[in-house]
Design a protein around this ligand. Sequence first.
Ligand SMILES: Cc1ncc(COP(=O)(O)O)c(C=O)c1O
Length: 510
Amino acid sequence: MSADLSGGVGGPSALEPLLAAVLAALAEGAASRGGPLPAGLPQDIAAAVAEEFGAGGSPEERAAASGTGRDQPLSRLTRLLAAGSADPAHPDCAAHLHCPPLAVAVAADLAVSALNPSQDSWDQAPAATALETLLLRELAQMVGYEPGRAAGVLTSGGTESNLMGLMLARDRVLGGGNEGVNGGADGWRVEMSGVSGRPRGRILASAAAHFSVQRAAALLGLGEDAVIPVPVDRNLRMRQGELAALLGACRRRGDVPVAVVATAGTTDTGAVDPLRACAELAAAHGAWLHVDAAYGGGALLSDRLAPLLDGIGAADSVSLDWHKLGWQPAAAGVFLVRDSETYASLARRAVYLNPADDEEAGYPSLLGLSLRTTRRADAFKIAVTLRTLGREGLGRLVDACHDLAVAGARTVREHPRLELHAEPVLTVFLFRYLVGEGDDPAVLDRVNASLRRRLLREGRAVVGRTELPGEGPGRVRLKLTLLNPHTTPAEVERLLHAVVAAGRAEEDLL
Ligand SMILES: Cc1ncc(COP(=O)(O)O)c(C=O)c1O
């Protein structure tokens, strides 16, 4: 019956036939797609979705249906979803930090969906509360934090984690925030705006930092333009000398450097900012150091790549995303702070969730660690994955993706019609197709942008497209983000040859 529940002793047997239907539909949908994404234009896909979503029996037929038949919405729409997905498990789907999840993580996540624990109070998640706390201790240790002193929480991803890091930075450096549980002081607002003539709070982040830093600054009342972009080198790594100079200039102007944001693994090149130098400079200027390791945090799993993140343990706060280089279904963001005392401004007392007498009686609460209230037990799938593969097993997957990027970059370097931007640091690299006749930068941009759309339209490949920092034409680059450890170097080579073929086809249209 379609109103069966997923929990309780009877839940699994209600789920079993439904899961069998979902698994069959996933296989059928993937087979009918036959490639990394559905061929066609967005309007073609939207029309197919509208048709399937609009179809279905009468209300009476639906009420009588068991939900498991091939023609039932569960099967039909799952087939549609699978056939219409950009599937990161396909070797030709390599544009974004969009990883193919491990089957074991998805199975673990199913248990969470079935039981629906919510992390905002112990009485909605007794075991999941304890597990999240233990997992975070382990992750804190991986970052180099003292587990007994650090604190953290699972988040929706790097965007939320960056916001939290900058919020705590604002409250520590400029004061105010939540002084004591639900105390609330808002002195920072005046200082933030700069209109009162008081010092203005500033954030220093590289020009290649994730755009969520500017969004966070806006949300925190600092204004997007409070973020001072620090120049980067060719591989988009922050220039340490420029950071020192900009921090000095900020202070001389009378502004307050609230935070330095260092990126460990930029979205486009995987560059890791000089973390130790950032920590020293931030400390010397009284600023908070937030390390956005949403992507590069995965390197901590690999003995080979972990040294790239040397110094991360000196950060005041860190973002890590296990739905990037960690093979988890979204969301699996992690936010950590080095010192739990700096978390005070988020503390909350909600009498229906974490009354003081419950806490005194030994009932723990994660409420004051998160910006959210209802919160999924995203820690569970990470915990299962860590215990199943271990750091070593996951490290091998990271190394395999790094090897693929190195091999792909070699193919690009050796191809006369491709140009590599820079050697890969992690598992991503930028490149472009070179037009046979001439090197007009505007033409190069146009051909590279349109060859990517051609690959999408044909359902042939999902390749990334970005632009280098700066002004004017000639900055468009293609990007391969290699997150599928089962892809082979030969498959990456084939994908690059498909890029060249699409480039030639676009050139013919010039
Ligand atoms: C470096 C970096 N930080 C933050 C983010 C935002 O992460 P999320 O999409 O999980 O919010 C991204 C996303 O790609 C990223 O690359």
